[in-house]
Design a protein around this ligand. Structure first.
Ligand code: ZN
Length: 134
């Protein structure tokens, strides 16, 4: 893939050859997890949130296929889009590598991956996180 850049800094770890993990937050006051990471807990408004790496496995909760490119989106369509529930009890809105809804079933195991989105003006491959059937 050559040089890659994340679609947005701070969403996921992307060390070459290393594991991919979503960067979330955990509230040290109420214990709830959230993603993306926020300075203030969305459940109890506490400012005592610590950064954590979330599980790279989850189960499929809801899904669809996006067939028309959203504004500003330069990648390919169709692509899968949905919600994956992590063991932490957190539901993450995510791109899916499977773009055919009928090939997916509720509750099926999913694994985190990093996928190319498009090539930017500097010739770098812009990558994002996605869940793939495992
Ligand atoms: Zn909280």
């Amino acid at each position: 893939m050559g040089e890659t850049v994340p679609v947005r800094e701070g969403l996921f770890t992307n060390a070459p050859g290393g594991e991919v993990r979503l960067v979330g937050g955990r509230c040290t006051s109420c214990g709830e997890h959230h993603f993306p990471r926020l300075p203030t807990c969305p459940s109890c408004s506490s400012g005592a949130c610590e950064e954590i790496l979330l599980s790279d496995r989850g189960s499929l909760w809801v899904w669809t296929a996006v067939t028309a490119p959203p504004p500003g989106y330069r990648g390919e369509v169709p692509f899968g889009f949905g919600v994956v529930e992590l063991p932490e009890g957190l539901r993450v809105i995510t791109r899916l590598t499977e773009a055919v809804p009928s090939r997916l079933v509720f509750g099926q195991p999913m694994r985190l991956d990093v996928v190319p989105l498009h090539v930017d003006d500097d010739g770098r491959t812009v990558v994002t996180y996605a869940f793939t059937p495992s």
